[in-house]
Design a protein around this ligand. Structure first.
Ligand SMILES: Nc1ncnc2c1ncn2[C@@H]1O[C@H](COP(=O)(O)OP(=O)(O)OP(=O)(O)O)[C@@H](O)[C@H]1O
Ligand SMILES: [Mg+2]
Length: 503
């Protein structure tokens, strides 16, 4: 497969990192894990060790344990040492590093094929920036001084996790098909990291996001990366099933439970046994079913309608909604106790308009996928179309983008899709904009993406933006962003405190 405008590096069947456009025409490349071999031709595990002052004793120990260690003393060294197509374990020793150096390292820490472990002095963990870096990018951290075998053990784990992702990916190439998830922006990279982390646990996951942002795709990606991947993924759209049928759909019934129940029916919860149950549009679940679901989540058992037996069912529950459940809880339409059971881990889908360059990358991805819908050989997007893609607000998010690009593929009369083909001609005009308006728009975009990056945690977003929390709050008001962020007292986000998950 090739793409006229971009390089897409696939790293798993479901999470696709697409590199920004390379300018010159290039081809879709697939990353296969490569091993480093020693002089005897034996496979060695690659490890990148980033430290201002590397510890010789640790280095020697790691080498004696079969690691092929590359040492990097600076962010630039680290960036040079990491190959994009090979799995690595990584050690980042944050002692003696300034905040600025740490920030420069973020590019390398973000690399998906490196499983990072941080080494830090206990006192450094009081520094918010150090904590943020560890939380966002590392599988685990170790307080110094620490024994070399402990560090060897942890990097072994981190390496193992990264290799698993790659193996997933290799196995999934043939069947990758429709379900790829494309994203390079910070918010999507954060989402991918969260998916990987939550996949390893059995805790309930709540996915929130506007319509068409990829909530179901995320649920599938979590399932497929979890130990339950071989068991069923059962989805139920709570909003699409008439209320009076929901109980029997969810829990099934026994023969004779009601008129017309001629034979036993297994409900969706039971059908998902051993696997994952995806409750879509959970906000539409009527109160009666909320009570039964809560009972199931508490007891791990169901009773079929008309039955007297309690049947143990082992499922991992993922739920999603595009409605504001906080408001539903305030109005008494949704039980708070159920919400807290459903939302042990939370995943927020970024809206398409906040994904920057990814809009274009996704558009190319969709074009590539559907271009055979047209007999005409379509090569890409005209400048007017690219402009419109960025100016438009995408209320229907990725689903709308797919529909518009598919329509354009059919409608296009030239080799390049125009804004008109996308039915977005009014968004392509070079509208006159004063410098003040341009500044304001840029400010709003920066605030939106900082809020997204930090899942609306104002303190951290303000720190990123280099302003106080009070100023951020004021600017959010000025840009009409306060409602969208609701409050900071959301349930803990999945990325929080996940150092423990790997211990
Ligand atoms: N990051 C992505 N990369 C590629 N395709 C995506 C991505 N996100 C979503 N899609 C595609 O967009 C469409 C909508 O995604 P999905 O059904 O998961 O969204 P949703 O949030 O569940 O929508 P709704 O709220 O309408 O139910 C699907 O065809 C999905 O494959
Ligand atoms: Mg959906």
């Amino acid at each position: 497969m090739s793409d006229d405008n971009g390089v897409i590096v696939r790293e798993s069947p479901h999470l696709t990192s697409a590199a920004p456009f390379a300018g010159a025409p290039s081809h879709l490349s697939i990353a296969h894990p490569k091993e480093v071999r020693n002089v005897n031709g034996q496979a060695e595990r690659a490890l990148i060790y980033v430290a201002r002052v590397p510890d010789d004793a640790l280095l020697e120990h790691l080498r004696s344990r079969g690691w092929h260690v590359s040492v990097a003393r600076s962010a630039a060294d680290a960036a040079r040492a990491i190959r994009p197509d090979a799995p690595y374990a990584g050690i980042v020793d944050v002692t003696r590093m300034t905040t600025r150096e740490l920030t420069c390292l973020e590019g390398s820490l973000r690399q998906q094929q490196v499983g990072w472990i941080a080494l830090a002095d206990p006192g450094q963990l009081e520094d918010g920036e150090v904590r943020r870096i560890i939380r966002h990018y590392c599988f685990d951290f170790v307080k110094l001084p620490a024994a070399s075998p402990t560090i060897d053990y942890l990097v072994g784990h981190a390496y193992g996790m990264v290799t698993l992702c790659d193996l997933d990916f290799v196995a999934g190439v043939a069947s990758a098909g429709d379900d790829e998830m494309v994203g390079t922006c910070d918010a999507m990279q954060q989402l991918f990291r969260t998916i990987r982390k939550v996949a390893n646990t059995d805790a309930t996951v709540f996915i929130s996001g506007e319509s068409g942002t990829g909530k179901e795709l995320t649920a599938v990606a979590i399932h497929e990366r979890s130990p339950r991947r071989k068991a069923p993924f059962v989805a139920i759209n709570c909003g699409a099933i008439p209320h009076h049928l929901l109980q029997s759909e969810l829990f099934g019934y026994e023969r004779g439970a009601f008129t017309g129940a001629n034979q036993r029916k297994i409900g969706r919860v039971e059908a998902a046994n051993g696997g994952t149950l995806f409750l879509d549009e959970i906000g539409d679940l009527p109160l009666e079913s909320q009570a039964s679901l809560l009972r199931f989540l508490q007891e791990g058992k169901i009773e079929r309608l008309g039955g007297h037996e309690s049947i143990p069912v082992d499922v991992r529950v993922i739920s999603a909604t595009h409605v504001d459940l906080d408001a539903a809880m305030r109005d008494g339409r949704f039980r708070a106790d159920l919400f807290h059971r459903l939302c042990v881990l939370r995943v927020d889908e970024p809206p398409l308009r906040a994904r920057g360059k990814d809009i274009e990358i996704l558009a190319h991805h969709i074009l590539h996928k559907f271009k055979t819908d047209s007999s005409r050989k379509i090569r890409g997007f005209a400048p007017s179309a690219i402009e419109a893609l960025h100016n438009y607000g995408w209320p229907g998010n990725v689903r709308e983008l797919i529909n518009r690009v598919r329509r354009a593929i059919v409608m296009a009369e030239s080799k390049l899709i125009s804004a008109e083909d996308l039915d977005l001609e009014q968004y392509s005009g070079q509208e006159a904009m004063t410098l003040a308006q341009a500044r304001e728009a840029a400010e709003k975009r920066a605030i939106e993406s900082a809020l997204l990056r930090h899942r609306h945690r104002l303190n951290e977003a303000a720190q990123d933006l280099g302003i106080s929390r009070v100023t951020l709050y004021r600017l959010m008001g000025a840009h009409g962003l306060r409602d969208a962020t609701a409050s900071e007292d959301k349930p803990p986000a999945a990325g929080d405190g996940d150092g423990d998950a790997h211990k």
